[in-house]
Design a protein around this ligand. Structure first.
Ligand code: MF3
Ligand code: CO
Ligand code: CO
Length: 276
């Protein structure tokens, strides 16, 4: 996910020094053959998560899991997009428990009750597929189970809100409503992003409602939907390593992510392990 930046300022609540009416960057519209390329990249990213799933267990380390994912991605003729991206030093992001996103693999053995977000982005044939799942290590309690279920349902609600001619803000509206109804909160400081030949490009896909940053969805737009759901407050903080983002209150966070394309009739999910 990318750090949320302000595209433009149309609201009255903004600080005076911020420029107003700066145009939102334009969103690329892709061709039918680009959908085929994204299907291949997305499928490989999803297959990487499916491959690693049974290995996420007590005693495993995220450093081992990262290495296994990297080997799988390279064996399939792709590159792990995070490696070297703005200096990020690993092939994947591994974010346990209170780590919201951009967690770095390490040598701590996973313990029963841990939640682990694994976020995979591959670059295949010049196109990117980006997806994330939250895994439970061993048995987890009912509260953690609910957090997982709500964050997976939040992604589904966001995807279901996509239609050509519809509004981008419908995604944030649907996600926020579902998450807050369950008593959890949606992270605002990081968001989904346009994707395709670039890992991160316009538009920014907010997971909360903000009609000041809206646009009309058109066939050929590619982006991720990746709500980060916190059990406590939505605020985050970045550690001194410059990458690891944690909940400000130390509460748990869960995330599921898909890469999708807007079609003439609705939405296509690219990051499914096999053709739909
Ligand atoms: N995969 C993340 C996303 O969903 C981005 C990771 S950027 C990295 O956008 F540099 F940390 F890898
Ligand atoms: Co993403
Ligand atoms: Co991702």
């Amino acid at each position: 996910m990318s750090k949320f930046y302000h595209w433009f300022n149309s609201g009255g609540r903004r600080a005076k020094h911020v420029r107003r009416n700066v145009r939102a960057p334009s969103v690329p519209l892709h061709r039918p053959q680009d959908f085929a390329a994204m299907r291949s990249a997305g499928r490989l990213a999803a297959a990487t998560l499916a491959m690693i799933a049974p290995l996420v267990r007590q005693g495993a380390t995220t450093r081992e899991l990262d290495a296994t994912c990297e080997a799988f991605i390279r064996d399939h003729g792709a590159l792990p997009a995070p490696l070297g991206y703005r200096g990020y030093p690993f092939a994947t992001c591994m974010s346990p428990n209170e780590v919201v996103c951009h967690g770095m693999p390490n040598d701590r053995p996973l313990a029963a009750g841990d939640l682990l977000k694994i976020d995979i982005t591959v670059e295949l044939g010049g196109w990117h597929g980006d997806c994330c799942r939250t895994f439970a290590v061993g048995e987890i309690d009912a509260r953690r189970r609910l957090l997982l279920e709500v964050s997976e349902a939040a992604l589904a609600a966001g995807v279901a809100a996509v239609r050509p001619g519809g509004r981008l803000s419908a995604i944030g509206r649907a996600v926020q409503e579902l998450v807050e109804a369950a008593g959890f909160s949606v992270v605002r400081s990081y968001c989904g992003h346009g994707i395709g030949r670039e890992f991160h490009q316009p538009p920014q896909v907010l997971h909360h409602l903000d009609e000041d940053r809206d646009l009309t969805l058109q066939p050929g737009m590619f982006f991720t939907i990746e709500p980060m759901v916190n059990e406590g407050a939505h605020a985050t903080r970045c550690l001194d390593d410059g990458w690891t983002v944690v909940t400000a209150d130390g509460g748990l966070s869960a995330q599921f992510e898909h890469t999708v394309g807007v079609t003439a009739s609705g939405v296509e999910i690219f990051t499914l392990p096999r053709p739909a």
